[in-house]
Design a protein around this ligand. Sequence first.
Ligand SMILES: [Zn+2]
Length: 257
Amino acid sequence: MRGAARPSARSLCLLLVAAGGGLLCPGQSAADPASQAGVTLLSSYLDPLPSSVVAKSSKASRWASLSPQQCMAEATRRKLGVTRWRGAATGVATPVRVSGDINGVRFVTPGKKSPYGILDCRLALALSELADVLKRHDVVEVRVDNMYRPRAHLPGKKKRSQHSYGLAIDMTRLLLADGSELTVERDFQGVIGEPVCGAEARARPELTREAGALRDLICDVARSEAFHHILTPNHDAAHRDHFHLDIARGARTQLIE
Ligand SMILES: [Zn+2]
């Protein structure tokens, strides 16, 4: 079931606030000016998520299955600020580096000498979808800790991490248009093991405005179906300070935790 067809619990709540109900809406603190104004066009983290089984036609699956030629053609068509990287990048099908904005959002990545600044062209297409969501949440700049990490493995397993293919991104901080910043480590207020989004997530009125904003944002990313795996500080201690987003060729499920 998709959440877009009906008003969200939060938007209904905001209407009641606007009518003088004096309520605190899911995912918002009392200090939230949106609560005062009674207007929001954004979903709450508590709104329903799409099915965990993603269609082959989902954005994540479409981009993950592109050939290098198809990907570069699409990146060029979209005028993405990426440049083909001809240096070493073992395991990355179509290595590029960020050289300008991606769909109107600045991605500040590790410098030219660091492999962490390399990404696969297919991840760049997913970042262009991500940028659409970020702009709705007033984000103008993203701080990236790393994307390509040569030979990275899943913790304690032989299976390769999507970072080893340049198909994963770790984001630590988001700069907003008003100059304020959301920092995952400082602001997320995570609880390991708790569901992040949707009907299973617990309404937490004690969350700060920043924590609610980060949740609303990352759950909207999940609704965009532009990634297969989204990991937050609720996943484990290793993710206490960043959001991990990746795409994986052949993946048919989406996970957010
Ligand atoms: Zn990661």
